[in-house]
Design a protein around this ligand. Sequence first.
Ligand code: HXC
Length: 510
Amino acid sequence: MTDILQELEDRREAARMGGGQRRIDSQHSKGKLSARERIELLVDDGSFEEFDTFVAHRSTDFGMEKNRPAGDGVVTGWGTVNGRQVYVYSQDFTVLGGSVSATHAAKITKIMDMAMQNGAPIIGINDSGGARIQEGVDSLGGYGEIFQRNIMASGVVPQISLIMGPCAGGAVYSPAMTDFIFMVKDSSYMFVTGPDVVKTVTNEVVTAEELGGATTHTRKSSVADAAFENDVEAIAEVRRLVDFLPLNNRQKPPVRPFFDNIDRIEPSLDTLIPDNPNQPYDMKELIHKIADEGDFYEIQAAFAGNILTGFIRLEGRSVGVVANQPMVLAGVLDIDSARKAARFVRFCDAFEIPILSLVDVPGFLPGVTQEYNGVIKHGAKLLFAYGEATVPKVTIITRKAYGGAYVVMSSKHLRGDINYAWPTAEIAVMGAKGATEIIHRGDLGDANRTAAHTKDYEARFANPFVAAERGFIDEVITPSATRKRLCRAFAGLRGKKMQMPWKKHDNIPL
Ligand code: HXC
């Protein structure tokens, strides 16, 4: 028996070494951790249960029968993050470049199936040279099996992708279909075709980093949700994110202990809105001041800064926040901000996370570029997402809510549950100046009359009371009491149940 146990240990040890010390050192020299080191950091100490340690590929082409490393380039299993179950796969670049064979893919799909059956998130750590070239279509088929499961799992269990090395060609489409993508600066990249192909086809000269690095994807393309300095930081942030999320779409998000007074009054919020309606203020200040312990987990912070998306907790419970940011483009809605917020709203709705909308929006951004690039359809995404969402929806209008943007931003008309306004709210078709220029066009030559019209319009509409008279605003609240009002509002909505009419699925404008 001793010999048998020793053999098991020897085999395990060989598998743990992946592609060998030289390749692990090479991985470290690039600032990257190994597949197993990443899992160790991701899950709670001692919680990882590995599967398929000894799986080896069955390929016999190109001399592959002589190179059959245990594990086949990916480590799979489950563990816990702060005590809650997650399924994990971590590609091992030291073994055949982490390339995806049929068996490598089967290891991944096995844990994806288990995650679905057991209702736990899937976290994929990607570090791979792509389809295993020696396997041809078997490898492509393996990718297809992973893709199909990404689709089936979407909206059922949270899916999170960490990109920690190469991720190129069709391989990018698995992470692309997951809920969140985190990248590491200078050591990860994603592109459909690499710099060499780009040069041949379009004559453009770019580096891999410029084409598909973390900065590109968090600032330009919005493919990725966040970029981090190194593997350790990225993994720590995934652990933080998991804490906000339910394990699956049938559970509520976790309730965490909180050490913040629900009735906390914030006197500074009474003076957050500047006297001059055209002067910006930082909406993040409001978010921090209402959140439990001031904690705001921002998603897509580097993209479309005119809208903020992310998670806070109120009374220890996760709340998704969508907020116009007056500091960037006056908080206007445009193609990028509408897309960003729509996807976030749909994530929250799919996973039973209540939504808080903080509104200060002067309208949609005008312009040829916006129209040519389809602001109509992209803006409609956000409208559609809010309108179909059945989770508790609480809205606060802090200042401007003009035109279509008033309706879009989780208004009462889109089944907003509780819609508050600060006394500084201005709810109207447009700003007073623009309105005067249209309805009193004949008086434009007369500065005094124009000023009088503008003042009149402001007096009539630059307040929340017209909307409150109609019940479109449920209550005008004191800014300093916002946290208390929000905690009460969401507490009152905990039992909310709402049915949608039967349909196969909707047809959101894509
Ligand atoms: C088999 C691969 C491999 C692959 C890398 N390796 N990629 N083996 N299939 N796709 C092996 C290498 O031969 C090498 O083995 C080891 O992994 C490390 O690779 P290096 O090239 O030494 O590493 P590095 O210099 O860091 O370069 C990394 C790389 C490069 C840029 C990823 O390896 C590369 O270009 N690989 C090919 C990428 C590719 O074209 N893949 C197919 C994409 S199409 P040894 O034994 O020498 O250490 C695709 C389609 C998916 O993926 C479709 C889904 C529908």
